[in-house]
Every structure is written in C-alpha cells, then in structure tokens.
Write a protein that binds this ligand. Structure first.
Ligand code: F6P
Length: 326
C-alpha cells in the first residue's frame, strides 16, 4: 500500500444517473482508510478554478438515490489548454491532493491522458456516461437507468400509437454510439432500430414499412440513435412521409430526460463497486487506469485504451432484431 493521503474526486462531462452513488462510495472508502477526500466541483473546470472542498462522510448521506451529481459537472474548454492544465495542477498541489478519482465519459479520459503526460499524480477513473461507448467495461454508470427511462417512454408512445394506428419515430441519445437505442429498441419490441454501428439503408426501412402496411401491421415504432449515419428522427420522418404521404407519422426526440432521474438498482450497485475499487486501486498503486466491469468482475484498463471504444454489435443480435420485429 502506498501513502496517498488526500484524494480529489470529480464528475465530468455529461452527468449520468449513478454518479452520486459513485461519489458516495469514493468518499466513504477514502475516509474509512484514513484519507482526506476533497470534492472538486464542475469537473476539470473546477480543478482549474480551485473549486475544491473537503468532504465528510455525511456530505454524501442521502445521495445514493439521486440523479445528477452533487459535485456538478462541466465540459471545460480551458482545461485542454497548456495554461489551463498548469493552473489545475497548481490548484491540486495547493490543496495537497496526491490522488484523484475521475468520474466521466470518454472526454474525461481524453483530458486525463493529456494531463498525466505532463503532470504525475496517481489517478483512477470510473466510466460515468449514459452512452456506454467506452472500452474496458461492459457497462457504464448511468446506461441502465437511461435505457429504463427510454423504455418507459416508448411503452407510453406505443399506447398512443396503437390508439391512432400511427407510425412513431423515437430518437434516443448516445452521441455517436447506438447502445441506448439498441437496448431500448429491443426491450420495446421496436419494428426497426437504426444505429450508427450498422449502415442504415433507408429504402430497406421504407420497404419494410410498406410490407407491414400491406399485412395491416398498423402500429410501428422506429427507434433511431441520434448519431445514426442516415440522420435522426427528422430525416427518417421526412423520408417516410415522402414515400407514403397518406400514412399518419409522428416523431419524438426524447432528449435530456434520458440523463435524469433516480438511478436504477443496477447503476447504484455498479457505481458503488467501482467507487470502492477505485480508492483501493489508488491505495495499491494501480493508477492511470479506469475501473470497469467485465463479466461481472472489476478490471482496470489504462486511460489511453479507454478513450474510445465502441464494442462491435454481434451479428446474432442484428439477426434477432430482424426476426423478432416481423
Ligand atoms: O454523453 C452523454 C450525452 O447525453 C450524449 O448522449 C449526448 O449526445 C450529449 O451528452 C448531449 O450533451 P449536452 O448535454 O452537452 O447537450
């Protein structure tokens, strides 16, 4: 065990449900081992500005069930400059911080990789993003909740779609990854799922709508990822209306509702396990790595390898979607 005494914890990039549970786990594990734990507000921007405060175990009482992040978050433009990084390093030194836990998505780890090339501070990351677009982990903190939120919304949309015999296009988040759309679409029995990991041939989508109409399958839900190669809900909607002007078509962009709300049990457990593991990794000298979960075991992956990692979508899954949506 090495001698890290003061750790800083921050949340960065888009917030995700479960970030609070992760902060709680880091603070409580750190304090349990006699460390001082400092919260850094607003991610890297707070590091640059010195928005840093000492946390007590009671500061994280009653937050495991809350969405958002009590530490707030930001996407910092200043931190990516050399001057910004130097300011951040000076602030960390002034507060005596000799270890870091970084909770965020791929942008957080891109920032970390650049920073730690210049300055040497032990750090461990946690994957906190609804997008599930990172290598080194099967799940990211917030993904499960975001999918559950999308599923509950699409189930409601299906009710009204059925009442009116309508086609609905639902656009889901994920930046340039399609996992939220894929998992939500499968769970809702979507008639089609359009994601960036597979090429979208819009004519095939339209042909299928035609076939469904002929055999009187009048309710159709098409889930499209915001990053799909063909476009989002607007583009898909326009293509459908252009070919089938008589069909009743509506679209819904679910948006930031997917980022909020109480974290699911799965996200709370994941965040707690990874927060606990991160502090123990720092104590053991296993640093500049992200803690992730693979086959239900905590594993550690160097920062530079987690920067971007879309797991390929298996052919089996693609075939299953086709078969089950007939
Ligand atoms: O990375 C999380 C995410 O919610 C993406 O799914 C989405 O593309 C993006 O953040 C939206 O970012 P912002 O809240 O800055 O508009």
């Amino acid at each position: 065990m090495n001698k890290i005494k003061n750790i800083g914890v921050m949340t960065s990039g888009g917030d995700s449900p479960g970030m609070n549970a992760a902060v709680r786990a880091v603070v409580r594990t750190g304090v349990y081992h006699g460390m001082d734990v400092y919260g850094i507000r607003r991610g890297y921007q707070g590091m640059v500005d010195g928005d840093i405060f000492k946390m007590k175990t009671t500061d994280v009482s009653n937050i495991i069930q809350r969405g958002g992040t009590i530490l707030k978050t930001a996407r910092s433009k200043e931190f990516v400059t050399e001057e910004g990084m130097e300011k951040a390093y000076t602030q960390l030194r002034n507060h005596g911080i000799d270890g870091l836990v970084l909770i965020g998505g791929d942008g957080t780890f891109r920032g970390a990789t650049a920073f730690f090339k210049r300055y040497s501070i032990p750090a461990v990351g946690l994957p906190g993003t609804i997008d599930k677009d990172m290598a080194g982990t099967d799940f990211t903190i917030g993904f499960d909740t975001a999918v559950n939120t999308a599923v509950s919304a699409i189930d409601k949309i299906r009710d009204t779609a059925e009442a009116h015999d309508r086609i609905f296009i639902v656009e889901l988040m994920g930046r340039d990854a399609g996992y939220i759309a894929l998992h939500s679409g499968i769970s809702c029995g979507a008639e089609d799922i359009l994601i960036p990991e597979t090429v979208t041939h819009i004519n095939e989508v339209l042909d299928r709508i035609e076939t469904d109409e002929i055999r009187k399958k009048t309710v159709q839900i098409i889930v499209v990822a915001e990053g799909d190669d063909f476009g989002g809900a607007k583009e898909v909607h326009e293509s459908i209306v252009a070919r089938f002007p008589k069909l009743d078509v509506r679209s819904c962009i679910l948006g930031h509702i997917q980022r909020g709300g109480a974290p699911s049990y799965a996200d709370r457990v994941l965040a707690s396990r990874l927060g606990f593991a991160a502090v123990n990794a720092l104590r053991a000298g296993n640093t500049q790595v992200m803690a992730g979960i693979v086959n239900n075991k905590v594993v550690f992956t160097p920062f530079e390898q987690v920067v971007k990692g879309n797991t390929p979508i298996s052919e089996d899954l693609i075939e299953m979607i086709r078969v089950l949506s007939v």
